[in-house]
Design a protein. Sequence first.
Length: 318
Amino acid sequence: MLPRQIEHFRCVFERRSLRTAGSVLGVSQPALTKSIRALEESLGVVLFERRASGMLPTAHGEALARYARSTANAWRLAQAELTASSEGLRGELRIGGGAVWSVRVLPEAMSRLRREYPQLQLVLITDVADYLLPKLADSEIDLVVGSIEGVTADDEIAVDPIHTSKALAYVRQDHPLLANPSVAAGDLAAYGWLAFTHDVKGTDALARFLAARGLPAPSYAMRFTALGAMLTATRLGDDIALVSSDCKDEAAARGIVPLDIGEEIWSFATGLAYRRSLGVLAHVRRLTALVRECMAPTAPDAASESPSADAIAGSTHP
């Protein structure tokens, strides 16, 4: 367990209330107050302003919270490594899944891993890489499956590329654009776009693609964190969805097809990134293998080559 005073501090920081934090911790309010004051005295700073509305962290409190969070995550990773064994693994594995991969690949891979390690708890956090990768760097997530474009392999993070994906423009199968003999980039300007809420790289790439052809910046009608909601909105309207080429089967099942505009909007590396300290664990190695197995039937055609880890480590965004 974490040092008691740090655990007490984190709980008060997160809940902003001594009474609520005490209930969560199973500690009386006077005892919790004493613990926080002792921590402040040992550090020589004031961590909270005591107000009628609750406990307001000072600048010192905000700074300590960042270190306390890192300590808690480091402790969690240490527990995962120390409790791992081939005879029965316990603990929690936090997986960050890209919006498409969380639908296509990870449910099967996680279910198969769970059968092999029944005592292991799995947590899936779904979003795009721009949201997930910083959490991997901060140890809030153990492993990311999805876009790894621009991720640099180093002493902390390992990178395992699988293939190259493409950003495509998807529309419903009876969209007005499909009535044309051919579709050019300029035809896209008349329509709104749908994108993932945190997809900075993808939306920046689309803006660059359009600007390079003298076209206005895309206008986003709706943003989503869930793939299913985006595809449903695409099917019900004329807006164009910016989604990975890995999504073709899910899109087709909903009557949605990619536009062939004769040009590539953006391509990016996909695969796994994980904390190198966890890469030695059997269940993490097994999950990476299962992801590859589950992804194999859905990988893009042979024209999309798998990038090397060295290429990813030194890549820049187009």
